[in-house]
Design a protein around this ligand. Structure first.
Ligand SMILES: Cc1cc2nc3c(=O)[nH]c(=O)nc-3n(C[C@H](O)[C@H](O)[C@H](O)COP(=O)(O)OP(=O)(O)OC[C@H]3O[C@@H](n4cnc5c(N)ncnc54)[C@H](O)[C@@H]3O)c2cc1C
Length: 376
């Protein structure tokens, strides 16, 4: 008899897992809290690495479709000092397939394909070890049992407490995200500054990064070291729900920086507050039959271009392991967890060290990190 498998979360991890299982002809129930695929903005562009995200797409049979959508030119990176002088202007070599960019929405649609997601099914908790399998409880009071429940429900996972007491902690770095639309027509000077890829400027304990997405959309990130409650300073509180108040706060925080960098905030539309949290690394847990984790739910780390890639690779690997071991599900999951935890632990330590250098008291540290990763 086929094992009953559920994945909680239709992000990069959960959808890759489901899509690869689907390719192997194995049914999987996909439980997603969002009420619809377009219920919220998905965030900025992702660069998918050959040996991680692209390998996962290959396992799903989706590499040609990805290549048709991806933007290799989006890897371009220009680094400025805070006065606007260009320090580095890195361009990918033509045909270089290393890390092409794709919008999250395009990636999600590519993975969704024929999959049947149950939208609006928020999970509240999972209880392993019952006679009928692991019990999944939903926000609407319903419950179901499965032979395997895969928690791919992101940073604040509701599945994770079934396996581990670990909770994310604040890194000391906050991002404030805004965006600009139709940049080539509305702000041609900024479009030239950003080019085909990204522009970044690093100062003391703060940075500004602007990244081109498809269709002339640009995401801008103010990145800074601050207490988690920086906006609650009694002398100068900032209402995070008020775009003009957040814009003013960012203009004050980056006061004295080059005008084009400040223009990114002046022309930004909505502002989103994104304090960066991470899980302790390495995050391991004793194996519990019937439940496991993938992606951010297993190893939330700083956003240095790895999280979605690892999430997808893990999704594909777990699906292949499950499909290859129909009579030995538990052993397959246990073996997957061991190698996944060891690999993710190394990336979590590297990205944490990377964040310390990118948002650092010494801006030269950020430049040195870039030179190590992208030697010209
Ligand atoms: C600013 C920023 C930039 C980044 N850039 C990159 C990059 O360039 N490259 C890269 O590789 N990574 C990047 N990352 C990291 C990447 O976004 C994450 O690592 C990746 O999205 C993790 O995928 P996931 O599927 O594990 O989790 P998520 O993407 O968080 O998906 C989880 C899904 O689970 C659903 N869910 C949550 N709770 C429940 C529940 N209780 N019940 C049911 N469903 C639930 C959510 O709605 C969501 O659909 C970036 C992150 C940030 C913040």
């Amino acid at each position: 008899m086929r094992q009953r498998i559920a994945v909680v979360g239709a992000g990069p991890a959960g959808l890759t897992f489901a899509r690869v299982l689907h390719r192997h002809g194995h049914p999987v129930t996909i439980l997603e809290r969002d009420p619809a695929p377009d219920a919220r903005p998905l965030g900025g562009t992702l660069d998918l690495h050959v040996r991680m995200g692209q390998r996962a797409l290959d396992k799903a049979g989706l590499l040609p479709e990805f290549e048709a959508l991806a933007r290799p030119e989006g890897e371009a990176m220009r680094i400025l000092d805070v006065h606007g002088s260009v320090l580095r202007d890195w361009q990918p070599r033509p045909g270089d397939p290393a890390h092409p960019e794709i919008d999250r929405g395009q990636l999600r649609d590519l993975l969704l394909g024929p999959l049947d997601v149950q939208w609006g099914r928020g999970v509240t908790d999972v209880v392993p070890g019952g006679a009928g399998g692991a019990l999944v409880r939903f926000a609407d009071g319903r419950q179901e049992t499965f032979d395997l429940v895969v928690g791919a429900d992101g940073a604040w996972s509701k599945v994770r407490p079934a396996l581990s007491p670990a909770t994310p902690y604040y890194t000391g770095v906050t991002y404030v995200e805004t965006s600009l639309d139709d940049i080539d027509n509305r702000h041609p000077d900024l479009a030239r500054l950003i080019g085909d890829g990204s522009v970044a400027a690093y100062g003391v304990n703060r940075a500004v990064v602007a990244q081109r997405n498809s269709g002339g959309h640009v995401k801008v990130y103010a990145q800074f070291r601050a207490p988690l409650d920086w906006h609650e300073n009694p002398l100068d509180p900032v209402d995070l729900g008020d775009a003009e108040a957040v814009r003013s706060a960012m203009l004050a925080l980056f006061d004295g920086w080059a005008e084009p960098l400040l223009d990114l905030f002046r022309h930004g539309t909505a502002f989103f507050h994104r304090p960066l949290h991470v899980l302790p690394a390495p995050h391991t847990w004793p194996h519990v039959p019937g439940v496991t984790l993938l992606g951010d739910a297993a190893h939330l780390m700083p956003p240095l271009g790895v999280g979605a890639n690892l999430a997808m690779l893990e999704g594909a690997e777990l699906a292949e392991a499950v499909a290859a071991a129909p009579g030995a599900l538990d052993e397959a999951v246990r073996a997957f967890e061991e190698q996944m935890q060891a690999r993710a632990g190394k990336w979590a330590e590297m990205t944490m060290a990377g964040l310390d250098r990118l948002v650092s008291p010494d801006p030269a540290d950020a430049l040195a990190l870039f030179d190590e990763l992208q030697p010209s």
